[in-house]
Design a protein around this ligand. Structure first.
Ligand code: 6R9
Length: 652
């Protein structure tokens, strides 16, 4: 649990003095944004370039059964032109992307806006030559290399819809996503170096396409030069295809509500959902939050350490920063390779001004002591950000003191794949922060706290319940790819008239929000969302497993770990070797992030008489809190629980 510290950290006068937004401005703009939402966004929608300016601002209906979300709907634009072409006149020779490779011995690259333009145009022409047209889907399965950004922007330029699949996902997970969006092309690389090891990405793609129903073409970026298996006619080298195309490509005119990308994310039930973001509102929101949340100024070097496979990488490595004409740093590696000083070495080397990472990385590095941080000159840093999960005050304090030298405001940004950009966040020149709190809403965002059971809105300032949003904002997801009903069922059914975030929260006497974590069956492992149902279905797909139930438990570094209760098939003997076999199986089925941390053999699972697994009880056992199981009177076989408690894996 977060232990609330009463200590607050107001921005210094010096910081507030030069910031885009100070407290008075925040108060005034926030009031305007909720009192006259249309007027506010009509104005701020102009921060991007429109081919045909919008005349309608907002057309939103949150009523279950009829949900429809449109922003700037009659405007047209091109997202890539906003991220590249419009900067060429004034900052063509400015670095757009700094690329820092996995090995610190390999040279970093500085890609200017002019060069970015040429790369993206060529890439777009290659896609066109492969038959990709406006509205077609392109899956991107790449390491953190500049070509990942080129690929995204190339799709945006021609109006194709990209769907990035994190390179850590397995061939099966990739196959499901290729099939769900019916991808025409998959973009990958021969291999993916990360932390000194290489993943054979092209191999994974070969396997995925073998399993998939779809038969996409494959475009391959040469990254490692390793040997790969090749299918003639289907596979193409990017560098070969680029030889035959021009470095000019006219941007397509795209409707504001045409999809920009699909990004799959885990929910509490079923397969991952394809979250759909559209072009106009998303870009306005990503750009505006990037500028204000990080107080980004021209010439600053911005580094978001996320992978482009997650929404954070979409909004704050690529679209937000580039729409603002920023210099964005893209890092191929991991925080602990070659050693625990890598982040700080990169900050020093590239004079990073804003640094944005996840609590799990902060905790892992905090565990390595202060020395790896203190070795480097971090005086360029101005703002520190966190995202992905609640940050415990201890990690917050370390980040503030050891990394930021108590000079850099910390922005704890709460948002989701579904929200496109920050919803709750401090603005560094405006908001007094409290360690562990995501503080206050961004402009136009109307958070409400509802009683979980009754769904009643809690009017008092101090409140605890589930976090919902009372109205839309331009960066909101529009639908689930191919399944609008599922979109409505997931986000608008339980609490009518609101967008339900799936998170619990508390609002304190100052109106500050404290996220308490998911209230559904989603666990947050190192800031990555994992549906317990997904891990369970992988486990039961193993021939030796009869039944499985998966819950989260507190994990010192990862935030939450994956705890699996497994009932074996009759006659199968439990063993440590089998534990490893099952862990590896899940890793193989979904990917390393889904691998259970603890597996407990369960002769039976606690169920209600109607056969529903009582996860609440399993959670308590996994949290090593068996004394507060609560009401167990509906259990079909109470003795099952005694056995599970007796043999629990997590004794704290
Ligand atoms: C951007 C991103 C979303 C879920 C979200 C919540 C958790 C994200 C947080 C946070 C507390 C923060 N979360 N940021 N919890 N404080 N600052 O992470 O998107 O991968 O979709 O995850 O992550 O539980 O609902 P996504």
């Amino acid at each position: 649990m977060l232990d609330e510290s009463e200590k607050t950290y107001p921005p210094s006068d010096a910081f507030a003095g030069t910031a885009h937004i100070d407290k008075a401005t925040y108060d005034e703009m926030y009031a305007a944004s909720v009192n006259d939402t249309e007027g506010f966004w009509a104005e701020h929608g102009k921060r991007i370039d429109w081919i045909k300016p919008f005349t309608k601002v907002k057309d939103v209906n949150f009523d279950y059964g009829d949900v429809s979300i449109k922003w700037f709907e009659d405007g047209t634009l091109n997202v890539a032109a906003n991220c590249i072409d419009r900067h060429l006149k004034d900052r063509g020779t400015q670095t757009a992307i700094i690329w820092e490779p996995d090995e610190d011995g390999e040279d970093a690259q500085h890609i200017t806006y002019q060069q970015l333009h040429a790369h993206v145009c060529k890439f777009a022409n290659v896609l066109k030559s492969m038959g990709v047209e406006k509205g077609d889907r392109v899956v991107i399965y790449l390491p953190m290399i500049p070509q990942a950004a080129y690929a995204m922007l190339a799709c945006a330029r021609i109006g194709a819809v990209h769907s990035i699949v994190f390179a850590g996902f397995s061939p099966d997970a990739l196959a499901n996503r290729i099939d769900d969006c019916r991808a025409k092309v998959v973009i990958t690389s021969d291999g993916a170096p990360r932390g000194g090891r290489v993943t054979n990405l092209k191999d994974n793609v070969n396997q995925a396409i073998n399993h998939a129903a779809e038969d996409p073409q494959v475009l391959v970026v040469k990254r490692t030069g390793q040997q790969i298996a090749w299918v003639d006619g289907r596979d193409h080298w990017l560098h070969e295809m680029e030889q035959d195309v021009s470095d000019q490509c006219e941007p397509e005119e795209i409707g504001a509500e045409d999809p920009l990308f699909i990004l799959y994310t885990s929910g509490s039930t079923g397969k991952p959902k394809g979250v759909v973001h559209t072009s106009g509102g998303y870009l306005v929101y990503a750009a505006m939050t990037h500028q204000y949340t990080f107080d980004y100024h021209d010439g600053d070097i911005f580094w978001c350490t996320a992978d482009v496979g997650w929404v954070t990488g979409h909004s704050y490595i690529v679209y937000g920063p580039l729409a603002n004409g920023a210099t964005t740093l893209m890092f191929e590696g991991v925080p602990t390779y070659p050693d625990a000083g890598r982040f700080w070495q990169v900050c020093e080397k590239h004079k990073v001004n804003q640094f944005y990472t996840a609590p799990t990385a902060i905790r892992a590095l905090m565990g390595k002591g202060n020395e790896p941080v203190e070795k480097y000159d971090l005086s360029s840093l101005k703002v520190l950000g966190t995202v992905g999960e609640p940050i415990n005050p201890e990690a917050w304090n370390w980040y503030n003191e050891v990394v930021g030298k108590e000079r850099c405001p910390i922005v704890d940004t709460w948002w989701q794949t579904e929200t496109g950009g920050h919803l709750l966040t401090p603005l560094p020149g405006a908001t007094a922060t409290k360690p562990g709190s995501a503080t206050l809403p961004f402009f136009g965002v109307q958070p409400v706290v509802l009683e979980a059971e009754s769904g009643k809105e809690i009017e008092e300032t101090e409140a605890e319940g589930v976090l919902c949003l009372a109205d839309s904002w331009p960066g909101q997801m529009r639908t689930v790819w191919g399944d609008h009903q599922r979109f409505m069922d997931t986000y608008f059914q339980q609490y009518k008239g609101y967008y339900f975030s799936g998170d619990g929260c508390r609002r304190d006497k100052d109106g500050y929000y404290w996220i308490t974590g998911r209230v559904d069956d989603v666990i947050n492992v190192s800031g990555h969302r994992m549906g317990t149902a997904e891990v369970e279905s992988a486990l039961v797909a193993h021939a030796k497993v009869a039944e499985a139930a998966v819950v989260g438990y507190p994990h010192e570094i990862k935030g939450q770990g994956i705890y699996a209760y497994v009932t074996l098939m009759g006659g199968v003997e439990p063993s440590d070797a089998l534990r490893k076999e099952l862990s590896d199986w899940v890793r193989h089925e979904i990917g390393p992030i889904a691998k259970p941390d603890l597996i407990q053999w369960a002769p039976g699972l606690p169920k209600t008489r109607s056969g529903k697994i009582m996860r609440r009880i399993l959670r308590k056992i996994a949290e090593n809190d068996p004394d507060s199981l609560g009401d167990t009177s509906t259990l079909a076989e109470p003795q099952v629980v005694d056995d599970l408690i007796e043999n629990r894996m997590n004794r704290g």
